[in-house]
Design a protein around this ligand. Structure first.
Ligand SMILES: Nc1nc2c(c(=O)[nH]1)N(C=O)[C@@H](CNc1ccc(C(=O)N[C@@H](CCC(=O)O)C(=O)O)cc1)CN2
Ligand SMILES: Nc1nc2c(ncn2[C@@H]2O[C@H](COP(=O)(O)OP(=O)(O)OP(=O)(O)O)[C@@H](O)[C@H]2O)c(=O)[nH]1
Ligand SMILES: [Mg+2]
Length: 428
C-alpha cells in the first residue's frame, strides 16, 4: 500500500495549513522531516527541516497510529503556518521521499472506506458535508454521514434474511407437509420493509433539491418589473433593467440562502408574441426553465394571463405594487414593498417540501431501493402462489438483499467509486 500525502486545507493564504500523510511509511517519513515524533494524538511543536538541514517552518505535528485514524492507516498531520510558500516547500520535501506519492482527490476518504471506517453512504454524506453551504444542506449531509442509512439497511437486511430463512424452511420440509404456514409472517416482514423503502425513497427528490438547490422562476409579461424584483431579492444589480419591454433575454440566475434552504432565483424574458428572433429564443428558454422550476412567481400587471402552466403552490402577485390602489398580493421591486413577505412565503412552501426527506438522499439510493422493492413485490407474488414457488421466492429475496447491500457499498460498487470520488477535494 502506498503512503500518500496532500494539503488537506484549502490552498492559498490562511492562518494554518494542514498537510496530511497516510500509509505504512507515514511515521518514518515524518521523522525525516521533524526528527523525533510526538506520542500518538499529542500535538507537539517541531521544526520541519529539509534534506539540507534548512528550516521550512515551525509546525504542530500530530500522529495517529494505524487503526486509530480517519483513514484507519498510520497518519501524520503537519499543522503549518498557512503560507503558500511553506506549503509548497513541505510538499516538495515530501515528494522527495521515494516511498511517498501525492494523493489523488478523495483518496484519504477512499482508504477510510476500504478500511471499513465509513460505508459508501457515509462517504457520500461526507462529500455533501464539504459541499454544504446552507444550514439545511449541512443538516442533511450530517445525517447521512452519521450512518443512519447503513443502520436502517442493516435492519431491512435482517428482516429479509429472516423471511428468506422461513421460506427456505418450507422447501426443506416440503415433503413432510409442514403444519405451520409461514407465509403470514413472511408477508408481514416484507410489507414492513417495503413500506419503509417506499417512504424513504419518496423523500429523495426533496433531498436532491436540498443538495442542489430549489429553483424559483420569476415570470410575466415584458416590462412588469421581473428583473427589478430579482435585483431586490439579490440585493445587487444582478440583471439589467430598463423601461424598454424585452430587455431580458438570457435566464439570469441568482443563488440565495433562504433561511437555510438553497434557492436559485431565475429572472426570465418577458413573455409576448414578437417578431424579434433573439427575443423569441429568450422567450422559449424562459418558458422551458420556468416549467422545470420547483416554484414560479407570476408577476401580473394588467391582469393579462400568462401562458405558462400554473401549479398549485405557485405564487401570483400584482406587479408595481407602489402604483396599485390596493397593496394586498402586490409587490414592488422598486420600493421593496412585499419583498420580505415573498421571501418568507417561498421559504415556507419549500420548507414543507423539505419535510419529506428521510435517510435516503441521493438518486442512487432511490434507485437501489426501487430495485429492492421490485424484487420484494415479485417475492410476495410467488409466495402467494403456494409452496411450490418457495425457492423462486427465496431467490427474489436474495436479489433484493443484494440491491440493498449496494446502498452501503457491500457489493457491486467498484464502478461507482470513481464517479463518487471524482467530485472530492484534494486532501480529503
Ligand atoms: N486535524 C484534523 N481535523 C479533522 C479531521 C482530520 O483528519 N484532521 N477530520 C477528518 O476528516 C475530521 C475528524 N475525523 C476524524 C475521524 C477519526 C479520527 C480518529 O483518529 N479516530 C480514531 C480515534 C477516535 C478517538 O479519538 O477515540 C478511531 O476511530 O479509532 C480522527 C479524525 C474533522 N477534523
Ligand atoms: N413604479 C414601479 N416601476 C417599476 C417597478 N419595477 C420595475 N419598474 C420599472 O419598470 C420598468 C421595467 O422594469 P424591468 O425590471 O426591467 O422589467 P422586466 O419585467 O424585467 O422587463 P423585461 O426584461 O423586458 O421582460 C423599468 O423602468 C423599471 O424601473 C415597480 O415596482 N414600481
Ligand atoms: Mg427583465
Amino acid at each position: 500500500m502506498d503512503t500518500i500525502f496532500a494539503l488537506s486545507t484549502a490552498p492559498g493564504k490562511a492562518g494554518v495549513a494542514i498537510v496530511r500523510v497516510s500509509g505504512p511509511s507515514a511515521f518514518a517519513s515524518a521523522e525525516r522531516l521533524c526528527g523525533h515524533l510526538p506520542s500518538p494524538r499529542q500535538a507537539s511543536l517541531r521544526q520541519l527541516t529539509g534534506a539540507d538541514g534548512v528550516v521550512l517552518d515551525e509546525a504542530l505535528v500530530l500522529t495517529f497510529e494505524a487503526g486509530h485514524s480517519f483513514t484507519g492507516e498510520e497518519s501524520v498531520e503537519f499543522h503549518c503556518h498557512g503560507s503558500p510558500a511553506i506549503v509548497s516547500a513541505v510538499l516538495d520535501q515530501l515528494s522527495q521521499h521515494s516511498d511517498l506519492r501525492a494523493a489523488e482527490p478523495g483518496e484519504f476518504t477512499r482508504r477510510a472506506l476500504e478500511n471499513g471506517r465509513l460505508d459508501l453512504a457515509q462517504v457520500e454524506g461526507l462529500a455533501d458535508l464539504i459541499e454544504a453551504e446552507t444550514e439545511a444542506q449541512r443538516r442533511q449531509a450530517l445525517r447521512v454521514f452519521s450512518g443512519e442509512l447503513g443502520a436502517r439497511t442493516d435492519r431491512w437486511r435482517q428482516k429479509l434474511i429472516r423471511a428468506a430463512a422461513l421460506i427456505e424452511a418450507t422447501i426443506d420440509f416440503a415433503d413432510e407437509e409442514v403444519p405451520v404456514d409461514v407465509s403470514p409472517e413472511v408477508t408481514a416482514l416484507l410489507t414492513e420493509v417495503q413500506t419503509e423503502l417506499h417512504r424513504d425513497a419518496s423523500g429523495v427528490d426533496a433531498a436532491e433539491r436540498i443538495r442542489t438547490g430549489f429553483e424559483v422562476a420569476i415570470v410575466g409579461a415584458p416590462n412588469v418589473g421581473k428583473s427589478t424584483l430579482l435585483n431586490a431579492l439579490a440585493g445587487r444589480e444582478a440583471a439589467i433593467t430598463s423601461e424598454h419591454a424585452g430587455t431580458t433575454r438570457d435566464v439570469i440566475e441568482v443563488r440565495m440562502d433562504l433561511g437555510g434552504l438553497p434557492v436559485t432565483f431565475l429572472d426570465t424574458a418577458g413573455l409576448r408574441e414578437t417578431e424579434d428572433a433573439v427575443e423569441t429564443i429568450g422567450i422559449d428558454r424562459a418558458r422551458q426553465r420556468a416549467e422545470q422550476a420547483d416554484l414560479r412567481v407570476f408577476l401580473l400587471e394588467n391582469g393579462q394571463p400568462i401562458d405558462i402552466k400554473q401549479e398549485s403552490d405557485d405564487i401570483v402577485l400584482l406587479a408595481k405594487g407602489d402604483l396599485q390602489v390596493s397593496s394586498t398580493r402586490s409587490i414592488s421591486g422598486k420600493t421593496g414593498q412585499g419583498v420580505s413577505e415573498l421571501i418568507e412565503n417561498i421559504r415556507e412552501i419549500l420548507q414543507t417540501r423539505a419535510l419529506g426527506v428521510g435517510v435516503a438522499t441521493h438518486l442512487r439510493h432511490k434507485r437501489a431501493m426501487e430495485r429492492a422493492s421490485t424484487h420484494l413485490v415479485a417475492a410476495q407474488e410467488l409466495i402467494s402462489q403456494g409452496p411450490d414457488m418457495a425457492d423462486l421466492a427465496a431467490e427474489e429475496l436474495r436479489t433484493a438483499i443484494r440491491a440493498l447491500d449496494s446502498l452501503v457499498g457491500r457489493i457491486d460498487v467498484e464502478n461507482l467509486l470513481d464517479e463518487i470520488f471524482a467530485s472530492f477535494c484534494l486532501g480529503k
